[in-house]
Design a protein around this ligand. Structure first.
Ligand code: ARG
Length: 657
């Protein structure tokens, strides 16, 4: 049961007769108390309501309390200060909840009353390019949302909308036609295709860089000239103006420095290619590579037989490449309908939008103009090509026809927010206004230098290497921890198996525990710390809970069958018990705005309550048999709550660590 939600319902009933204004904001003011001295929950709604009605808030608080029916689970509400209503759950009720949770595989968590259908669009890498750290965020957040929604009884379709139709295929097709090493391709096709992609991409970037060289030089020259003029200007009489001029000078100085830096980086990069024994000649021989790649892509889209056949040949290799990562992350999708899947539908989407006067011709292209946006959303280019947005519109149509979703979630980084705003607005105008669309956006993963996370070599980190390193470091943590025990208990194979689980968990948890909209700094040391808000800490806590049963030689089934019950006597027992019944609140809160960090925060706070309990309340050496059994049951419920909560985040636990 979600206690907070139940209390809010009871408050709504009590507030109803007192006002005819919207109750929701008042009801939302019923919250868990920050300070245990004010009870378990606190309602501050009497103050704003008093203001609105022109009545003393304490008096109103009394009226609310008079109409409040919570006697079944709370002590009589207390009114404090200017009109706070403090609620304390009754211990006998808490005990009843806990004992009921013990016998329930769902730990007392109800399914949602209103079950909905969700399509979740996440992960969605552009295949044939190596996946990088950015993809982990979408994958991990989407997976956590999928699991949590399903657990609460919703119907969820997870759909991996991979980019399998973009320019990257033009690149590998070009690479295949010009630079293939047939033997390497036979032996390790994925690696050879990746090599071709990197090579062609490098050459394209080289020529684009060269094309931009002039502009970069011009910018430096212009800014330098401007700087000189500013420096030579005579001093102003007006001190305010003088100050302004000084500020402007500083700004130009910065701009010059930045432009010089850009130019140097660019010339450096160009030189690197030109002086390279292999790349240099290739760059010279393939001068029009950028447009050739676009041509290969256009031919693929137009149905050119050779290119289609090559695409068909490459795609399974690309999919196998990303599946390897998903297997390690233990992430599965119901569907993987990539961009290519919708190609046959794009023309009719555009004509339908035109017929409905939603899209119109503009400068040769076909566009959707939306109020409030400076730029239109283009659905077909002048040359006839369709765009990312067109595919997304066709995808909405398909999803509606196939699954009739109530909600579609897009777990995609924040840089695409304009695209999704325009997409949703267009879809609504098109008639899909019964679907709740949400862009579940997230920030960037940063390195120590606060720039997008890169390896020392300067290339964005491949996902596989990232997983390997996390596991390798987890192995060190696990081994060290085991070595510190009086008698180490893990075999080398155990250590390796546990390290794989701990390493992947650390990576996932580090991501999920962030406010998803913030950028965060990637740190192996932090994510694998044995103390703090990390998966490693939780997994360790879980293993310790389980160890109590091993140490005490307690059979859990027998304990449950013995008729023993949880009784809350010590304050630390009560605090832990209260935390344990609140998982349901955390799960629902995490879904309100699609924030898995609500679950990690909950688990962390609950684990801390467990720590205090463990320090203050002897379990195996409890004073009476009943107390020992009650405490063991609390430990058991703690372990199961940790395990369930983590599993909804896609994180596994280990019995020993
Ligand atoms: N493949 C895209 C990218 O890597 C993300 C796709 C997100 N989903 C969507 N329906 N647009 O940027």
């Amino acid at each position: 049961m979600n206690t907070l939600a139940e209390l809010r319902r009871r408050f709504a009933a009590a507030l109803q007769p007192l006002t005819d204004q919207d109750l929701q904001p008042l009801v939302d003011m019923v919250r868990p108390s920050q300070d245990a001295r004010h009870g378990d929950y606190q309602a501050n709604c009497a103050m704003p309501l008093g203001k609105r009605l022109g009545q003393p808030p304490r008096q109103l608080a009394q009226q609310i309390v008079d109409g409040l029916d919570v006697a079944a689970f709370c002590h009589p509400p207390q009114i404090a200060g200017p009109g706070f209503i403090n609620l304390t759950l009754r211990d006998d009720w808490l005990e009843k909840q806990l004992n009921a949770a013990l016998t329930d595989p769902r730990l007392g968590i109800d399914q949602a009353a209103d079950r909905r259908t969700y399509v979740i669009d996440y992960s969605a890498p552009n295949v044939a390019k190596p996946m990088h750290v950015g993809h982990i965020r979408s994958t991990v957040i989407g997976d956590a949302l999928t699991r949590t929604l399903r657990f609460l009884g919703h119907r969820v379709i997870s759909d991996n909308h991979i980019g399998d139709w973009g320019t990257q295929f033009g690149m590998i097709i070009y690479g295949y036609k010009h630079f293939l090493n047939p033997q390497a391709y036979r032996e390790a096709p994925v690696q050879e295709l990746a090599r071709l992609y990197r090579l062609v991409n490098q050459l394209v970037e080289y020529h684009q860089g060269r094309a931009g060289l002039r502009a970069a030089q011009k910018r430096v020259a212009q800014l330098t000239e401007q700087l000189e003029a500013q420096r030579e200007a005579p001093p102003r009489a007006d001190p305010k103006e003088e100050k302004r001029a000084a500020k402007a000078l500083k700004k130009t100085e910065h701009q010059v420095a930045a432009a010089r830096h850009d130019l140097e980086t660019l010339t450096g990069k160009l030189k690197q290619v030109e002086t390279d024994g292999t790349l240099g000649p290739l760059a010279r021989e393939n001068a029009d590579i950028a447009s050739a790649v676009l041509r290969e892509t256009a031919n693929l889209h137009a149905g050119d037989e050779t290119n289609r056949a090559l695409w068909q040949e490459f795609l399974p290799y690309c999919l196998e490449d990303i599946d390897r990562i998903y297997r390690r992350l233990k992430v599965q999708f119901d569907d993987t309908l990539g961009e290519s899947y919708y190609q046959d539908r794009l023309a009719s989407v555009v004509s339908e939008l035109q017929a409905k006067k939603i899209a119109s011709h503009s400068d040769g292209a076909i566009c959707v103009f939306l109020e409030g946006y400076q730029t239109p959303m283009i659905v077909q280019k002048q040359d006839g090509a369709f765009l990312y947005a067109t595919t997304d519109l066709a995808t909405i149509q398909y999803r509606q026809q196939t699954w009739r979703p109530d909600v579609i979630l897009y777990v995609v980084d924040h840089r695409q927010s304009l695209h999704f705003q325009q997409l949703f607005a267009t879809a609504r105008r098109w008639g899909y206004d019964n679907i709740d669309f949400a862009h579940v956006q997230f920030g960037t993963v940063l390195g120590d230098d606060r720039r997008p996370f890169k390896t020392r070599a300067g290339t964005t980190v491949g996902l596989e290497g990232l997983l390997d390193e996390a596991v390798q470091r987890a192995l060190a943590v696990v081994s060290q921890n085991d070595d510190l025990k009086e008698t180490p208990e893990l075999s080398p194979e155990d250590r390796q198996r546990i390290a794989e689980i701990v390493g992947i968990a650390a990576l996932k948890y580090a991501d999920l525990s962030q406010n998803r909209e913030s950028d965060y700094i990637f740190s192996y040391d932090k994510m694998l710390a044995l103390n703090g808000n990390t998966a490693t800490y939780m997994q360790y806590a879980y293993a310790r809970v389980r160890n109590i049963f091993v140490k005490g030689d307690v059979d859990r089934d027998r304990l449950h069958e013995s008729g023993a019950v949880i009784t809350l006597a010590h304050p630390a027992e009560r605090a832990l018990g209260l935390a344990l019944i609140r998982l349901s609140e955390a799960l629902e809160a995490s879904l309100e705005d699609y924030r898995p960090n609500q679950i990690t925060t909950y688990l962390f706070e609950m684990s801390e309550k467990y720590s205090t309990f463990y320090q203050e309340c002897p379990v195996l050496k409890a004073q009476t048999a009943a107390q020992r059994a009650s405490r063991l049951l609390l430990c058991d419920l703690t372990g199961r709550t940790l395990k369930l909560g983590l599993s909804l985040l896609g994180i596994e636990v280990v019995e020993k660590m």
